[in-house]
Design a protein around this ligand. Structure first.
Ligand code: EPZ
Length: 415
């Protein structure tokens, strides 16, 4: 088993280039299935989640090729509508191929995506959208089958602003007959990035980034070249690593408007951040104030930053509260942080974090992707060595995280 070893107590210095966003590129890859032709996605981060998504597309007859940061996707032939069991089980985001398969072929057969450590991860809102557009859905022996002659536009209200459901429905609606309106849609920047690609392909998507997205179906889409937006969660994770080690750090390839919810909370805690337009400048500071965090759909504080921010707050000058409202089980990093000397108690979906003067390195587990990043935040600040297990979770969402951190002085390596 691989481990990541972090020697704490060393300051960082220099500039980190933020990669393309994992949660943008996965739906973009699915959308590239819609036109019969070759699309290119630039600034694609080479992550295990991206490899898994390409594996699913290859299985469906869509060839993919990654070279120098650009992913070439040839969807001329969409041979099959049967997504592979293993690949879907490995990564629930592969369920995003359902919209394109329905739109292109009128059928899809996909294994029920597993839940994961952070929650049941249902797909009822995705299916509600597809049924509203005319698809017949059956679920048997752990597979979902969807069939439709022609998808038609519909008005769909999402009970929760689900990111994946918004994306899946947008992709299906792009080639449907008529107009679709998604109400209570997710407003994340990744939704806007997907809409920009669909429109570049000749689609007609309006309102992405607001809670009402309107899609006018077109008979066909053409291939496009698109650059992925920077990863706001990777950027936020590095900002916390700088803050918690009292370092001065620069981040390039950021869209600061996407980082507002994260920057606001960090500034409330006393982190000094200068927006230098095409890069962020984090200034060194020694002690930080406690804050109240409540995760919400965008533009609220992102759930994907909750674990990392909690790791930062374990060393704040007082008591913080962290409330998780998006997923039902996203506190598995709490016992790991407590093993390092953090003082955290969980009451329902709220964690009370009493700041301590220091953390001590020890053996911990990356229980999920963002909890793994939280272990690195804590390990960089802790006294001594932190040995992180289950590191494959981390590689799902952080491109070359060891190389990037070593280049700015972190004592971190894999063994
Ligand atoms: C996306 O997951 C992200 N993943 C997640 O990032 C992120 O945490 C999440 O959005 C919320 O921002 C990708 O984009 C690949 P949701 P997704 O549908 O689409 C409930 C990371 O660490 N729900 O917005 O699966 C669901 O149970 C990952 O990078 C339904 O009830 O998230 C959850 O409580 C983790 N029915 C809430 O909505 C549905 O049909 C948010 O889920 C769908 C979702």
């Amino acid at each position: 088993m691989k481990h990541i070893i972090v020697e704490g107590g060393h300051k960082l210095a220099g500039t980190i280039h933020v990669s393309g966003a994992k949660n943008a590129v996965l739906p973009l890859i699915a959308a590239a299935m819609l036109p019969a032709g070759v699309s290119y996605i630039e600034e694609t981060p080479w992550l295990t989640d991206v490899e898994n998504m390409c594996e699913v597309l290859d299985y469906l007859g869509v060839s993919t090729e990654y070279k120098d940061g650009t992913l070439r996707i040839d969807a001329t032939e969409l041979a099959d509508s049967n997504a592979p069991f293993e690949a879907v089980q490995k990564m629930r985001a592969s369920f995003l191929v359902m919209g394109p398969l329905l739109a292109r072929l009128g059928r899809a057969r996909i294994p029920l995506p597993g839940g994961c450590a952070i929650g049941a991860r249902p797909i009822d809102l995705h299916l509600k959208g597809f049924e509203a557009m005319g698809a017949g859905i059956t679920i048997s022996d752990n597979y979902i089958e969807a069939r439709v002659n022609t998808l038609h536009g519909a008005r769909i209200y999402l009970d929760f602003p689900s990111v994946g459901a918004t994306e899946n429905i947008m992709m299906a609606a792009a080639l449907a007959e008529g107009n679709t309106v998604i109400e209570n849609a997710a407003k994340e920047p990744e939704i806007v990035d997907l809409a920009n690609l669909l429109n570049a392909m000749g689609g007609k998507v309006r309102g992405a980034g607001t809670d009402v997205v309107r899609i006018s179906g077109v008979p066909e889409l053409h291939p496009a070249v698109h650059t992925v937006i920077p990863d706001r969660i990777e950027a936020g994770s590095f900002m916390l690593m700088a803050a918690v080690t009292g370092s001065e750090l620069f981040l390039e390839n950021v869209i600061t408007s996407h980082l507002q919810p994260i920057m606001a909370k960090m500034q409330d805690a006393g982190v000094r951040i200068i927006d230098e337009i095409d890069r962020l400048h984090i200034l060194p500071a020694d002690r930080f104030d406690p804050v109240e965090i409540k995760t919400m759909p965008y533009p609220g504080f992102p759930t994907d930053m909750q674990a990392q921010f909690m790791a930062f707050l374990t060393l704040a000058n007082g008591t913080s509260t962290v409330t998780e409202t998006v997923f039902e089980n996203r506190f598995m990093h709490v016992p790991e942080l407590c093993r390092m000397g953090a003082q955290i108690s969980v009451h329902g979906n709220t964690a009370i974090v009493n700041g301590v003067p220091k953390l001590k390195g020890t053996c911990v587990e990356a229980t999920d992707l963002r909890a793994g990043a939280a272990m690195i935040v804590a390990g960089l600040a802790a006294e001594g060595r932190t040995v992180i297990g289950q590191v494959d979770h981390i590689y799902r969402g952080y491109e070359d995280i060891i190389g990037k951190l070593r280049a700015v002085g972190a004592h971190i390596y894999e063994e």
